[in-house]
Design a protein around this ligand. Sequence first.
Ligand SMILES: Cc1ncc(COP(=O)(O)O)c(C=O)c1O
Length: 370
Amino acid sequence: LGDVATQGLEALARTRGLEAYPTPFLAIDLDVLDRNLGKMQGFFSERHARVRPHVKSHKCTAIARLQLAAGAVGVTCATTDEVAAMVGAGIDDVLLANVVVDALRIGRLVQSARSARVTVAADSSEVVAAYSAAAVEAGATLGVVVDYDVGMHRNGVETVEEGLALGEEIATSPGLELRGVMAYEGHLVAIEDRAERSAAALLAFAEPLALLHELRLRGHAAPMLTGSSSATHDSTGALSEMTDVQAGTYALMDANYRRLAPEFEPGVVVVASVLTARAGGALVLDAGIKRLSVDWGKSKLLGYAAEHRYTAEEHCVFRHLDGPLPRVGERVALLVGHVCTTMSLYRSALGCRGGELECVLEIDGRDPLA
Ligand SMILES: Cc1ncc(COP(=O)(O)O)c(C=O)c1O
């Protein structure tokens, strides 16, 4: 890659203290993390919306606390396990930007809502009824946002009328509080041209905005409009009605997302050992799919000219191109292709600062059964 941001990451593999840990493992540059958090907070310091980081990207309560300390208003989660971990760690304002149907999971969610301000997404009468029954049984108040499908075709109501009807249902259901509208423009995040991406994302928010206004016209407080991402925080996040920006990847960044949001630096690597090193031939590392996700983009070997060939269960296979060749047994740094799915493959990560191991970060928001 050769840019300044990744040069520091090469050195992460050689951080003092890491030699006590067998490869492969995750190493995080805490200085980079701090800079990314500061940059995102800085962008919103004079804007209406607040940052509500999506912790699905790291599933780590310690990193979430750093995000709050940097100025985040609360956190966004993707699963009830993440919600339980965040609330258990004392974070008192949590959005679950997802729909939940499993009765046991709804049960856990309303338990979390007994001790924290918890808000969840809904897109059907069935889930609203299930949330309401569980909240009443637990004696909790559960906040709900109407999830609006702006084109990703995952969850969400599809018209303003549908959203209004659901909003009325939420507002009149015992145990629930209508908190507003959520919309996630995930299908637009990877548009390469930033101006084109911004224009498409802003256009996508016309309907959720119309729904929000209509709900307010009908007398609902509906204070929240939440959505956006690391790659669109500067467009949808800057909307005057946006309240909570759900950016996730910006905190640690990765090889693939970086082209979409280059203002954030990659801050995490998988440290692996070289198993095979042949000049102009195979360069094989001891980290495979079980430690390195392959769903979105390839991992990049830092510090050496090598082309990724494939990732197997326990091996990542490159072809050495030219220049220096690492030694067999040498520890090298891999910039991960997709940070969110790689983090969830580990129980902990090693936090480094200034060439020293500083702490072990527990990735404690994972599903305990997974
Ligand atoms: C519901 C939701 N909101 C926001 C995001 C934005 O995350 P990122 O900043 O990683 O693109 C995601 C990403 O998957 C998401 O699923």
